[in-house]
Every structure is written in structure tokens, then in C-alpha cells.
Design a protein around this ligand. Structure first.
Ligand SMILES: [Zn+2]
Ligand SMILES: [Zn+2]
Length: 114
């Protein structure tokens, strides 16, 4: 999608602090970190939200989880714990309409979230 900032990050048109990349996904630091570790993991393909997951593209979700696991280990938060969040739609708190997973760690997480 042309006006999607995450698609622009995928294409290298907007800079990002990348921490991981392969043929299907990239991961980069959130520009407004909410925790000492705050990484966004996104599919390179434009998928708007979980609402757009189907039989054809659902393999990406498992792959994203493997990438999250790898990054959590690299960042040294895999043992202490971390949170993975994906917001869907306005009431879900989604602000960028390209599917992304927030990996948050390095501090105690509260429940329920705001
Ligand atoms: Zn996009
Ligand atoms: Zn988000």
C-alpha cells in the first residue's frame, strides 16, 4: 500500500532501527518505546490486521512468533518474561493499519492493560 508507513519501512523509504530481517518479516525499534525493550515485528506483505488473516496467509503468524522468540532471546528478556501485543481496529488501539506485533520487555507488565 502506497500510503502505509510500515510498507515504506519495508521498502526502505522511511528509516528504522532494524533488529531483524528475513524474506517474510522485518523487526525494528518502536519510535515511542513503552518499555526498555519495545520492538515491532511486521510481515513484509501488507496485511491490515488479524481481520485480514486467512487460510492463504496464516503461516506468517507462526513465523512471526518464531522471530519474536529469537529477538526476545537476543535482547535477554526470554527468561524474565515479556509481552506480545497486536492491536486490531480503533477500539483495539491500532494506530498503524499494517499488522504488527509489539514485543515489550525489560520491566514488569501490568494487567489489565489500559
Ligand atoms: Zn503496509
Ligand atoms: Zn501498534
Amino acid at each position: 500500500m502506497n500510503d502505509c508507513i510500515f510498507c515504506k519501512i519495508v521498502k526502505g523509504e522511511i528509516p528504522a532501527n532494524k533488529v531483524y530481517e528475513d524474506e517474510k518479516v522485518i523487526a525494528f525499534e518502536d519510535i515511542e518505546p513503552q518499555a526498555p525493550v519495545h520492538i515491532l515485528v511486521i510481515p513484509k506483505e501488507h496485511i491490515t490486521s488479524i481481520n485480514d488473516i486467512n487460510e492463504e496467509n496464516s503461516d506468517i503468524i507462526g513465523h512471526i512468533h518464531l522471530v519474536i522468540k529469537t529477538i526476545a532471546k537476543e535482547k535477554g528478556i526470554n527468561e524474565k518474561g515479556y509481552r506480545v501485543v497486536t492491536n486490531s481496529g480503533k477500539e483495539g488501539g491500532q494506530t498503524v493499519f499494517h499488522l504488527h506485533y509489539h514485543l515489550l520487555g525489560g520491566r514488569n507488565m501490568m494487567w489489565p492493560p489500559g
